[in-house]
Design a binder for this molecule. Structure first.
Ligand SMILES: Cc1cc2nc3c(=O)[nH]c(=O)nc-3n(C[C@H](O)[C@H](O)[C@H](O)COP(=O)(O)OP(=O)(O)OC[C@H]3O[C@@H](n4cnc5c(N)ncnc54)[C@H](O)[C@@H]3O)c2cc1C
Length: 398
């Protein structure tokens, strides 16, 4: 089977940033993507909050991200990831173009638009129902259309759609938008935008193409018909995690499926990291996705090098004594120094591991506390003690 050091799934801002950091750290990087590199930003017209660039189209920024990543020569592969499996401790990425074993994986598959789930939505997708203003806005020249949602994306994309449409209703279930103040001010000052407050879509109807929305006022329960030629749905996003399986137990997620990580982007599975919109996080934007990607790659690099080191000193040898101490405990540091001197003088081979920095190996060996002096045979723990001083080490190894 093909073996790679770092496999990154998804070439949006998070994945491309991970690729840059991974390659600069000297890792062998394989980047798997089933769409256009650049991710979600490819479908937005304006990006005004990527530092250093006052204004860019999403497509242009996505292209720049890709060229920047290409400069460091990761391998790009056009394929869809179908599944991830852990077999005998190895991490296997299963794609529609074969299987790859990875030393570390970064999940950067982002998020997709959430659907309304009302009657007519699925049937009229592509026949007046859209989730991408840049892709489909121009089809609605001089028409009346609707945007559903009240967050930043809805409010900003409504503004963009007024370039084509004569009128854009923005249908929101509350009585105020949840977007940034600047975006709201711009929308409210745009004479072509008309908010429809406290309303939800009951159904999308029309003979072939969309002709009207049936709306319900959540306060008065009043039902009205709103004639429109098209509807753009921006009611939030959901994580792209289908390759983790339904109700995946492989990797810890929130109830809604967002991947839970710590601040090193480590997921609940050793050697699997997550970055960008797929994570359970406060702000899903380009700037946070790229930051996550950088952290995930640096953490993956430490993981891979630590694993190599630990394997070579602890797991691969036929037989080994190892002293595992915490580098932040003065008594344990002294024990390590004394033991190093004893090992040098006596010629007894002892490996030294910082258990504070390598918590996973401490857990893996089932050690309850440090310091620990262990005897391993082919990576299997045979016996261990908690030595207080070098005399105990001497007694154990002789
Ligand atoms: C309309 C719109 C406007 C926006 N405007 C702004 C803005 O102005 N400023 C801003 O900062 N952010 C904006 N955002 C948000 C921003 O685009 C996202 O936060 C950012 O793209 C997240 O990056 P990501 O890399 O985590 O995920 P994504 O960009 O979602 O990239 C994930 C990639 O993974 C790929 N993928 C998914 N599943 C698989 C699989 N199984 N196998 C292989 N590949 C897979 C996808 O094709 C995609 O390319 C906007 C988003 C939208 C939709």
């Amino acid at each position: 089977m093909e073996k790679r050091e770092l496999v990154i799934i998804g070439a949006g801002p998070a994945g491309l940033s991970s690729a840059i950091y991974g390659r600069r750290a000297g890792l062998d990087v394989l980047l798997l993507e089933n769409g256009t590199p650049g991710g979600q930003i490819n479908v937005t017209n304006e990006i005004e909050n990527w530092p250093g660039v006052i204004h860019s189209s999403g497509l242009e920024l996505g292209k720049n991200f890709r060229s920047h990543a290409e400069h460091f020569k990761p391998e790009f592969r056009d394929c869809t990831v179908k599944k991830i499996e852990i077999k005998n401790g190895s991490k296997i990425v299963i794609t529609d173009k074969g299987e790859v074993e990875a030393e570390a994986i970064i999940l950067a598959t982002g998020a997709s638009f959430r659907k309304l789930g009302c009657p007519g939505e699925a049937e009229k997708t592509g026949a007046g129902v859209s989730y991408c203003a840049v892709c489909d806005g121009a089809f609605f020249q001089d028409e009346t259309i609707a945007v559903i949602g009240g967050g930043n994306v809805a409010v900003e994309e409504a503004g963009y759609l007024t370039r084509f449409a004569t009128k854009v209703y923005v249908i929101h279930r509350r009585d105020e938008f949840r977007a940034d103040k600047l975006a709201i001010d711009q929308a409210m000052a745009n004479p072509k935008i008309q908010p429809v407050w406290n309303s939800v879509v009951q159904s999308i109807e029309g003979d072939g193409f969309v002709e009207k929305l049936v709306l319900k006022n959540v306060r008065t329960e009043e039902i009205i018909d709103l004639p429109v030629a098209g509807v753009f749905v921006f009611v939030g996003t959901e994580p792209n995690i289908s390759y983790l399986g339904e109700n995946s137990s492989l990797i810890k997620q929130t109830r809604d499926g967002w991947i839970i990580t710590n601040d090193k982007m480590e997921t609940s599975v050793e050697g699997i990291f997550a970055a960008g919109d797929i994570r359970d996080k406060f702000l899903r934007q380009v700037v946070t996705a790229t930051g996550d990607g950088a952290i995930a790659s640096v953490a993956a690099y430490s993981y891979i090098t630590e694993q190599l080191h630990l394997n070579s000193v602890l797991i691969d040898p036929e037989h080994v004594f190892a002293l595992i101490t915490s580098s932040i405990d003065q008594n344990q540091v002294k024990l390590q120094v004394d033991t190093e001197k004893y090992a040098k003088d006596s010629g007894v081979k002892i490996a030294f591991v910082d258990g504070y920095r390598n918590k996973r190996i401490v857990e893996k060996l089932g050690l309850k506390s440090l310091p620990a002096l262990v005897e391993l045979r082919k990576g299997e723990l045979i016996r261990n003690i908690e030595p207080k001083e070098v005399a105990a080490v001497k007694f154990f190894v002789e």
